[in-house]
Design a protein around this ligand. Structure first.
Ligand code: ATP
Length: 511
């Protein structure tokens, strides 16, 4: 399936099976805002819990908080968002479409990168088992040429953005002859900066109203609370504070379903460390976070690190964990070494000391911070898009399966009486009553059992439990596995243990 078709299929499947709906659809929707439906909310909760378990509950030195979306407006002055949370935008004069200038250039580089991948594929075919990919990438003249081109473009883009040289960003777009992806027009406006924060007002009367922002990231709620948490928890450095919650950004280009939304959810952890130790912690969290991703079994080849050329104003090192979405490799999670920038800024703007007293070295210092920040909705899209497959079966029919990792699946099992009579529904309902204490399970008696299986396959349910006439005598049922379609006969009393073994967070996280 072509990637674009696959992506369309993902979006329509998400709607058809109750995962994601366009917000306010009856009013033709609101651009880049989405609602999670009955299955979507379960999947989203499960992803959030999987993260929370791994990041908070499995670490003695990490605790969670839930800060408010509204914060004192000076927060955003101090953090640099009022002055610097901008994206460079460019308009196409013919199509009137608006783009992020840096993304146009990055997409251009992604095309060159696709050429490298093509060369690798060709060489893999030619050399077979003897093929050494690392050596090929380091020595093949054509690949080296492509890579050099990418490096020089990205390094120039990085420098121009850092120096706020927007004229040069436009020059770069023109020199590379980048065209509007939708129309092919190369008639561009100048590049301008655009602040991404949403503003709102607090207060009843217009004169006394206070200008507020909807938070564009959850991190600042952690920074302003770090000393409160440290003192009330008596945690010692190194320690972390985590939270999940909504963030809002007035994104310029938001055309990729839940990949880039104007209202989205982040899962962030700020790790407070001794200055000078940031390099080792950066490496530690890079590795640790990738391990978390890999534990879900979406395929090692679908992840890669991307070190930043252009560092944000607060960072001394940054890397993205990128995922292979249906539209290519894109950022899924960011890992940033934020130095003491945020805490120092808050000290300056609030006039309050935010220093930590280190009982071991007997000194006061402002901690450095290592951040891991992942978009919950992006993670949802990564899991969902990767799981949706169309299989051709041995009898040449096809089936659509949503192979969600069982630990994240919204419904763990569907309980199906083979027929709607002879006491089978009673047994099935009793199984539902027992299992629902521990798992999200459903009862379904409508249609032939084969169709019910297909429906559950497409909805992502890892198990179907079928009650038939033999169940009346042997207290057993047929357990069908979604991915292999294998069926086995199991005792009703063993169901809970079998399912738990396959869906428990512990078993998945431990690997
Ligand atoms: P991008 O470069 O894609 O705009 P970013 O570098 O601005 O992302 P961060 O500020 O590092 O993103 O935010 C951390 C994480 O939050 C990202 O890795 C991403 O998963 C998620 N995220 C950021 N912006 C959005 C958005 N508009 N919609 C959904 N998720 C987002």
């Amino acid at each position: 399936m072509a990637n674009e078709d696959q992506f369309k299929k993902v979006i329509s499947h998400a709607k058809e099976y109750g995962y994601v709906f366009q917000s306010s659809e009856i009013y033709d929707g609101l651009s880049a805002v989405y609602d999670y439906a009955q299955n979507g909310v379960e999947l989203k909760n499960n992803i959030r819990n999987y993260w929370w378990k791994a990041m908070v509950q499995m670490h003695e030195n990490i605790v969670g908080i839930d800060a408010a979306i509204f914060m004192h407006p000076t927060t955003w002055k101090a953090s640099g968002h009022v002055d610097a949370f901008n994206d460079p935008l460019i308009d196409n004069k013919d199509s009137k479409k608006r783009y992020r200038a840096d993304v146009l250039v990055e997409d251009y580089c992604a095309k060159i990168e696709a050429k490298i991948e093509k060369e690798v594929k060709k060489a893999t075919k030619r050399f077979g088992d003897a093929f050494d990919k690392a050596q090929f990438l380091q020595t093949n003249p054509r690949v080296l040429g492509y890579q050099e081109k990418i490096d020089s473009i990205l390094s120039r883009l990085g420098k121009s953005l850092e120096n706020e040289d927007l004229a040069d960003v436009k020059n770069l777009i023109e020199e590379l002859e980048i065209a509007d992806p939708l129309t092919g027009s190369k008639n561009w406006t100048d590049v301008k900066q655009f602040n991404l924060m949403f503003g709102t007002k607090l207060g009843a009367s217009a004169e006394n109203a206070m200008d507020l922002y909807l938070r564009p990231e959850t991190a600042q709620g952690i920074f302003v609370n770090y000393l409160n948490v440290q003192k009330s928890s008596r945690l010692k450095i190194p320690f972390g504070i985590a939270q999940t919650g909504k963030a809002f950004r007035n994104e310029i280009v938001a055309r990729q379903f839940i990949f880039r939304m104007r209202e989205f959810e982040q899962m962030e952890m700020q790790f407070f460390i001794k200055p000078g130790t940031q390099k080792e912690w950066f490496e530690h969290w890079k590795e640790h976070r990738l391990k978390w991703h890999l534990s879900l079994g979406l395929g090692e080849d679908n992840y890669r690190y991307h070190d930043h050329e252009k560092l944000a104003h607060y960072a001394d090192a940054a890397t993205d964990i990128e995922f292979r979405f249906p539209f290519g490799f894109k950022e899924l999670e960011g890992i940033h070494s934020r130095t003491d920038f945020d805490l120092k800024q808050h000290e300056e703007y609030s006039g309050k000391k935010l220093q930590y007293f280190d009982p071991e070295s007997n000194e006061h210092y402002t901690p450095y911070v290592l951040e891991t920040s992942i978009g919950l909705d992006r993670m949802f899209l990564a899991v969902f898009s990767n799981s949706l497959v169309e299989e051709t079966l041995p009898n040449n029919t096809t089936r659509t399966v949503l192979k969600l990792p069982a630990v994240l699946a919204p419904t763990k099992a569907a309980v199906l009486p083979l027929v709607k009579k002879d006491g089978l529904p009673d047994i099935a309902k009793k199984i539902v009553e027992d299992l629902k204490w521990d798992f999200n399970v459903i009862y379904d008696e409508k249609d032939a059992v084969g169709r019910r299986y297909r429906r559950q396959d497409a909805a992502g349910t890892p198990f179907c439990i079928t009650v038939d006439h033999d169940s009346l005598d042997d207290n057993s049922v047929t357990l069908r596995h979604r991915d292999t379609m294998e069926q086995s006969r199991v005792k009703i009393e063993d169901l809970s243990t079998i399912i738990n073994n396959e869906v428990s967070v512990k078993n998945w996280l431990k690997g």
